[in-house]
Design a protein around this ligand. Structure first.
Ligand code: GTP
Ligand code: MG
Length: 457
């Protein structure tokens, strides 16, 4: 028999209500030992899914006034009998009730154990369980939508369909190997190749979506870089629509790194304003410049600002050299003033970079900048409204494993090698895909996945 587990399901701290959750066979007995409803009747099947008012008692003392929900399995979160106690928020009541449950036969749940039971009891698969963590921890609307979509099982369905397709090929090959004399449809290498190519494409699409998925989940590190006084802090403020960083006409105003989160078309940006890069003897600013170079390396995207109203200098050329292998957007700022800067020279040096003309002072070019950033995130065929994005590194690794096996199979098919060998690769690819949804997965991987949960979930 499985233990009956209990934990606090709401966040710690003072709050209107707190919820304690219990799951397992003994749930009903345990709650009946400590709870009295107004009618003094014990909770039973007729109370299933009702919210019952009453009090929690320890011996004859009232511990708290509560509402109790008894939900009979299997139509519950864990598929077991579940009891949820709504008590007053604040640590005293919650702690006392939890301790009572533990003294009466429940065990404190481990992190993620409720969801783990939902998985082990077959209500959800592993990728759906992982979506639960993502839902709880998501920081943007978009990230939440993707997690919800995954929880609904849409990723699982997609993976299952790919596996199905693969299994049919494997079955076909097996039959051909084992019963070569039977009257079954002859298998051709061209035909298998066609189908494997199709499957590989689907797997690749998912792998490619993971870069976007990661950004949606964790944010895009965006570093603003440029000489002193070009308008870096002004840009930060403009994007945030508030005066976060100090802006002055004195070069070297920003001495330390400023980090802020903001939302551009549903994409979370972690935007970093830096000290302007220049050769300097000022000790304080030297440190700032070093830090800038560091954060430069951390950036997923660099926004490089030039002052269009000044001629290019050594510092600009130095930054342009650093930018070569980076994802970067170039802004010619201060275009409200007469242009002095050699724009053609910059275009020549930074051929593949997107260039935008801005006047942060007059609010010009900012929309274009925001659109450019979201285009960078939703690259290629990955559409903004596509909720099927890979956001989980474990899934990505398994997809890559599977893709490698498929590619090996493709190479062997092209070399006309024996079907037995090809079948092994296809089987491995099929298994890796199965690991995403948790079919035939080992216990340590399950433990690893659920250890990332919070208590009470
Ligand atoms: N004319 C004009 N002035 C601007 C524009 N953008 C910023 N400025 C002015 O340029 C000066 C410097 O702006 P900041 O945003 O402090 O520049 P910064 O790059 O952060 O400078 P440091 O922190 O010193 O490296 C301020 O006086 C701004 O008002 C613009 O588009 N046009
Ligand atoms: Mg500044």
């Amino acid at each position: 028999m499985e233990d009956t587990i209990a934990a606090v399901a709401t966040a710690p701290g003072e709050s209107g209500i707190g919820i304690i959750r219990m799951s397992g066979e003994k749930s009903l007995n345990i709650i009946n030992d400590i709870f009295k409803s107004k009618s003094k009747n014990k909770l039973s099947a007729i109370d299933d899914r009702k919210l019952v008012y009453g009090h929690i008692y320890e011996k004859n003392n009232i511990i708290d006034e509560v509402l109790v929900a008894y939900m009979k399995g299997p139509r519950t979160y864990t598929k077991e009998d579940v009891v949820e106690i709504n008590c007053h928020g604040g640590m005293i009541s919650i702690r006392r009730i939890l301790e009572l449950l533990l003294r009466n036969g429940a065990r404190l749940a481990e992190k993620g154990e409720f969801t783990k039971r939902a998985f082990l009891n077959g209500r959800i698969d592993l990728s759906q369980a992982e979506a639960v963590i993502d839902l709880i921890s998501s920081k943007t609307d978009k990230g939440f939508d993707i997690a919800l979509n995954q929880l609904e099982g849409n990723l699982s369905e997609h993976i299952k369909r790919i596996r199905e397709q693969l299994l049919q090929i494997i079955a076909h090959i097996t039959v051909n190997i084992e019963y070569p004399d039977e009257d079954i449809e002859e298998i051709t290498y061209e035909n298998i190749l066609l189908q494997i190519n199709d499957i590989t494409k689907k797997v690749e699409y998912l792998i490619n979506s993971s870069e976007t998925g990661k950004i949606i989940k964790e944010g895009l590190q965006t570093v603003i870089i440029g000489k002193p006084n070009v308008g870096k802090s002004s840009l930060l403020n403009a994007l945030l629509k508030e005066s976060r960083a100090i802006v002055t006409e004195i070069p070297g105003t920003t001495r330390d790194i400023i980090e802020e989160m903001l939302n551009v078309n549903g994409i979370p940006l972690k935007i970093i304003d830096t000290a302007g890069i220049r050769e300097t003897s000022d000790q304080v600013e030297k440190i700032g410049v070093e830090k800038t170079k560091e954060s430069f390396n951390k950036g997923d995207v660099i926004i490089f600002i030039l002052n269009a109203a000044e001629e290019l200098t050594n510092e600009d050329f130095m930054i342009m050299d650093l930018l070569k292998n980076k994802k970067a957007i170039v802004l010619f700022n201060k275009t409200d003033l007469p242009v002095q800067c050699d724009i053609e020279e910059v275009k020549k040096r930074l051929k593949d970079k997107k260039i935008i003309y801005t006047s942060i002072k007059e609010g010009k070019g900012l929309k274009e900048l925001e659109e450019t950033i979201s285009d960078m995130v939703y690259t290629g065929q990955i559409k903004q409204d596509n909720p099927l994005l890979i956001t989980n590194i474990r899934h990505k690794n398994l997809l890559e494993k599977s893709r490698n096996n498929l590619n090996d199979a493709i190479c062997m098919l092209k070399r006309n090698e024996a079907l037995d060998f090809i079948e092994i690769d296809l089987r491995n690819a099929w298994e890796s895909l199965g690991d995403i949804i948790g079919e035939s997965i080992t216990e340590d991987i399950i433990d690893e996945v659920f250890s990332r949960f919070c208590l009470g979930k």
